[in-house]
Design a protein around this ligand. Structure first.
Ligand code: GN1
Ligand code: MG
Length: 728
């Protein structure tokens, strides 16, 4: 795209934008081939390195879509969501939230506290203030800037080692301390003059140190935080290459006066001024663009005010592709009208109007989710939803609800796939019984337990328009693994599924509905498969002859366990039947298993299948749908670790026949899943969710490669089980 006839620094210019970048800047050609921008002035999109929130949202809400859209409308094209002084888990949640948004781009985060001085906390929450903690900071993903008080213990080492831009702020440090911090690497003052000592002729303080060392300074030029004369003073002292304009905006920005939550405290906004209950100014309610214009109105040159909100902050945070109009830079542009008001905004080569389309679709989905969620009785106010990309059957969303105390609590909303689960009400009855049973066991262990919420009418589900089936459960915070490298995690996963089986050993199996008949009846699965091969409704069988031949060869072996079960040689137990490691939630800190989730297929089944399905998933060297089958094998060390965990918990209860056929269980279930994937491929991909047309075929080949390797290693697999049984 060519933007023609723009004023760039007063010169009529054409700007070419390709692939999100500026690829040419030339004197206006008058060719008339591009988009005519006659009368408009172009400046770079604004970069806000210090902003907390707007339109009712705060960075601590860990949800950026609405904020980024508002920022984009108002000329901020990239930003660092800035966290507040809060507990570690709340900050971690922010860094883990999805950063793909329709509006202003997220370049990373600015962590403002908790490593600050209580005496200068301003609107920060004193309860969470502490000394710098390198290990904690390093565990947070995406941090780009941190504000600390350099007088705190350990700050010099922290500044040296933390690896991001350090700003001095919320500090009571004297000049000498600040000089030492700057020598250690600190390179900026956070909202200069606010929340720090001022300049005194015998105590130059942080500002004196900053001036002497010529570091960067942030300034809130909203006209409230600094007197206009002080803004000019900073400008004269530091110049446009060192002074950075920030908004420090809070969630009331873009809304009216009222009372808002900010960092766990109530903030009142009156006539646009936000204050804590003690009267401290609590962030601004101005956009960065308003701050730029106000700075210019105080008498500093407009071009410099723009630079201080574009190139200078971009350089400071190490984002040289931002904040400038140059060949090779990101195409983030503001087109201004004759009154220097924003007419159009471009982010990464796309005008915000196009981006709004995505935002509208997002809001539509959100409204639908909000309506469904409102039918369930859960505490708090719905704030946001995120799609959870996990599971091959149901659609899953994480919902965040704001609680009265300002904290955020999450829930899981699921739309059950009724093509797969034909009798979802029966599933919910099963789950109710099973979770009640498990809660009784778990209470003593002081671990979190799954619970489903009911609607006003008392059911633990909601059926929408006689078709879509929805349910809502608590979100248990922790980690689930799609692939596992750590042997400890594997051992823990084995123990979790073993324990799960134990906890259900006294559950009356006859009270459970069969949610999917013959779910792990491998012989039946094979019958269905060969029928599909015969019928070949999509004409795909010819292309998978090799796979079909291999499955035919393995048919007898893969049917052995079904036959043993039918002959009463191995017992039916209440089993999980979907023992992937992403169905266990692990404690983030200790790695201990917290709970087993996804109870849809809890039914009478074989212990060897639960063991085997987990091995198939987690003891493989590759993910379940790895396209390069050369990468797929059974990792015997992982296998042993999982087996140690699982058998360690179940050995006492297992019969000799079960122990003897554990390894066979893994081979069987791997072949069975390959057969299921291939059946779905042959019959038109109706069962499993697929991400691309050949996905089920890729999955099939991956599972077959794994099964082949297991067949080779069968003796060793059996030996490992015997060794473990002998040792427990
Ligand atoms: C399905 O939905 P999800 O991802 O938990 C499937 C399992 C398969 C698994 C393979 C009800 O589980 O049987 O092993 O995909 N669940 C059902 O990833 O068919
Ligand atoms: Mg499942």
């Amino acid at each position: 795209m060519i933007l023609q006839n723009l004023f760039l620094d007063g010169v009529l210019t054409d700007i070419t934008v390709e692939n999100k970048k500026i690829t040419a800047i030339e004197p206006a050609s008058g060719s008339g081939k591009g988009l005519d921008c006659t009368g408009l002035t172009v400046i770079p999109g604004l970069v806000d390195m210090h902003t907390h929130g707007c339109v009712g949202f705060d960075t601590m809400d860990a949800h950026f879509e609405e904020m980024s859209n508002f920022l984009a409308q108002n000329g901020t094209t990239s930003w660092l969501p800035t966290t507040m002084t809060m507990d570690y888990d709340s900050i971690r949640r922010v860094t883990e939230a999805p950063r793909a948004v329709s509006g202003a781009q997220i370049l990373g985060f600015h962590m403002e506290g908790p490593y600050i001085n209580e005496k200068r906390k301003g609107a920060q929450n004193g309860k969470f203030i502490k000394d710098p903690d390198l290990e904690e900071f390093r565990s947070l993903d995406g941090m780009r800037v941190v504000t600390i008080a350099p007088e705190l213990a350990g700050s010099e080492e922290f500044i040296r080692e933390c690896g991001v831009l350090v700003c001095i702020g919320h500090t009571d440090a004297d000049y000498e301390t600040c000089i030492r911090a700057i020598d250690a690497g600190a390179n900026c003052l956070t909202h200069t003059f606010n929340a720090m000592p001022g300049i005194h002729h015998r105590n130059p303080g942080p500002i004196g140190a900053a001036l002497e060392k010529n570091i960067y300074v942030q300034a809130i030029t909203d006209g409230l935080h600094l007197h206009p004369s002080i803004v000019l003073l900073l400008y004269k002292a530091f110049g446009p290459d060192r002074m950075v304009i920030i908004s420090d905006a809070m969630r009331a920005t873009g809304l009216g006066d009222g009372t808002y939550e900010f960092g766990g405290q109530d903030i009142t906004v009156r006539d646009g001024v936000a204050r804590t209950q003690d009267g401290a100014i609590a962030g601004s309610t101005s956009t960065l663009w308003q701050c730029v214009k106000r700075a210019a109105s105080f008498g500093l040159p407009f071009a410099d005010a723009v630079k201080m909100a574009t190139r200078t902050p971009a350089d400071m945070i190490g984002a040289p592709e931002k904040g400038r109009i140059e060949v090779g830079a990101d195409a983030d542009l503001l087109l201004l009208d004759a009154d220097l008001e924003i007419e159009r905004v471009m982010i990464a080569g796309r005008f915000v109007e196009e981006r709004n389309e995505e935002h509208r679709r997002y809001l539509e989905e959100k409204e639908k989710i909000r309506k469904i969620a409102s039918l369930f009785r859960v505490p708090g106010t719905f704030m946001a939803h995120h799609v959870v990309n996990q599971g091959n059957i149901n659609s899953t969303y994480r919902l965040d609800f704001r609680q009265e105390d300002g904290s955020v609590r999450s829930y899981i909303l699921q739309k059950v796939n009724t093509f797969v689960f034909r009798h979802p009400i029966e599933i919910m009855e099963n789950i109710k019984k099973v979770t009640e049973h498990l809660r009784g066991k778990v209470r003593r262990l002081n671990k979190p337990a799954l619970r489903f919420y009911s609607t006003e009418s008392g059911e633990n589900y909601y059926i929408e328009d006689d078709s879509a089936f929805w349910r809502m459960e608590n979100h248990i915070d922790g980690i689930g693994y799609d692939t596992v490298d750590s042997l400890t995690v594997l051992r823990n996963a084995g123990a979790a599924f073993g324990e799960f089986q134990n906890q259900l050993s006294d559950f009356p199996a006859e009270t459970l509905y069969t949610t999917i008949p013959d779910f792990h009846n491998t012989a039946k699965r094979l019958e269905t498969f060969f029928a599909a091969v015969e019928e070949d409704p999509c004409g795909r069988a010819a292309s998978v002859q090799e796979e079909i031949a291999f499955i035919r060869e393995q048919r007898a072996l893969a049917s052995e366990l079904t036959e043993m079960q039918e002959a009463g040689q191995v017992p039916l137990r209440v089993t999980h039947n979907d023992t992937k490691t992403n169905n266990v939630i692990f404690d983030r800190k200790t790695g201990a298993p917290l709970t087993v989730i996804d109870l849809d297929t809890v039914m009478p089944g074989l212990a060897m299948h639960d063991f085997g399905d987990a091995v198939r998933f987690a003891a493989s060297t590759a993910r379940e749908d790895e396209p390069d089958t050369a990468k797929v094998a059974l990792d015997l060390a992982k296998y042993r670790a999982f087996a140690e965990g699982f058998i360690g918990k179940t050995a006492d209860a297992l019969t000799e026949n079960e122990i003897r056929t554990m390894a066979l269980g893994a081979i069987t279930i791997t072949i069975e899943l390959a057969v299921r994937f291939l059946t779905d491929y042959l019959t038109g991909d109706k069962y499993f969710k697929t991400e691309y047309p050949e996905h089920n075929l890729v999955r099939t080949r991956c599972q077959l490669a794994l099964a082949k390797d297991m067949l080779k290693k069968r003796d060793e697999m059996e030996k490992i089980v015997s060794e473990i049984v002998a040792s427990v």
